[in-house]
Design a protein around this ligand. Structure first.
Ligand SMILES: Nc1ncnc2c1ncn2[C@@H]1O[C@H](COP(=O)(O)OP(=O)(O)OP(=O)(O)O)[C@@H](O)[C@H]1O
Length: 240
């Protein structure tokens, strides 16, 4: 579905991403892990078009994404959630979702649709992101964990087919992390998901496959069981 080949990004003398091959299959949850500075966020930023690769190709459903703007890539169906949630403090959850749905349909619907309320779609994504009871809450009043869920809901509302999660559990307590896990489990099969996450227990539990990056390169891509047994992975990342 999403196929990355030979992806390389240099910042002057630093090779942040070095000849990375990565295949995200339809319906899978794919973990992307590695030590600090391994190149995980840079890889995500290359896929979303926020950065331009020095070399390499990124193909989505057979089309090359390199050179397209982030908004075009998002509208093609590649959504991302951010490490730091971006929201309008005084705006309700419902309004956030309405804007996200409208943004995704902007190119195919006419201005006549400007007043559409998209209520069915808003309800659907609110339920998926465990926010159905918070639709009329303004974002700043959401508990910390639910602000993260709002970010997830907005990605879903954009009608994404691929979702790139950058540390969805960062800064969350145990019960909020468990809820993120439940949300991801419910999305399994319907989206291709790439998840960058330092919480190794979460990544192990949720991923169908895991890619380990080290110094910008792929150390291995394998099942969670094999990855945690891999001696090189233990040496550079798991610290055993
Ligand atoms: N804009 C930039 N300019 C220069 N160097 C950068 C830039 N962005 C990232 N780097 C460098 O590229 C390397 C990879 O960084 P990246 O943020 O992708 O790693 P990461 O695996 O996401 O790390 P972390 O787990 O700490 O978020 C690091 O050495 C980093 O310092």
């Amino acid at each position: 579905m999403l196929s990355v080949e030979g992806l390389t990004k240099k910042f002057d003398s630093v090779v942040a991403v070095d000849d990375v091959d990565l295949e995200l299959r339809s319906g899978e949850i794919h973990g992307l892990i590695g030590p600090n500075g391994a190149g995980k966020t840079t890889t995500v930023n290359l896929i979303t078009g926020e950065l331009t690769p020095t070399r390499g190709t990124i193909q989505f459903e057979g089309e090359d994404l390199v050179g397209l703007s982030p908004s075009t890539i998002a509208r093609r169906g590649i959504g991302r959630s951010f490490q730091v949630v971006q929201y309008f403090p005084e705006m309700t959850v419902r309004k956030h979702l309405r804007l996200a749905v409208r943004e995704s349909t902007r190119t195919v619907r006419s201005v006549l649709d400007r007043d559409a309320d998209y209520s069915e779609e808003i309800q659907r994504v609110a339920e998926l992101a465990h926010l159905e009871d918070q639709l009329d809450t303004v974002a700043r009043n959401l508990p910390h964990g639910q602000k993260r869920f709002l970010d997830i809901a907005m990605v879903l509302a954009m009608d994404s087919k691929v979702i790139l999660f950058d540390e969805p559990a960062a800064g969350l307590n145990e019960s909020e992390t468990n809820e993120v896990r439940e949300i991801l489990e419910e999305l399994r099969g319907d989206y291709a998901i790439l998840i960058v996450e330092h919480d190794i227990d979460l990544v192990r539990a949720i991923s169908d496959r895991i890619t380990v990056l080290h110094n910008g390169s792929v150390l291995t891509t394998d099942t969670p069981e094999n990855v945690v047994q891999n001696s090189q992975v233990k040496e550079v990342y798991l610290g055993e």
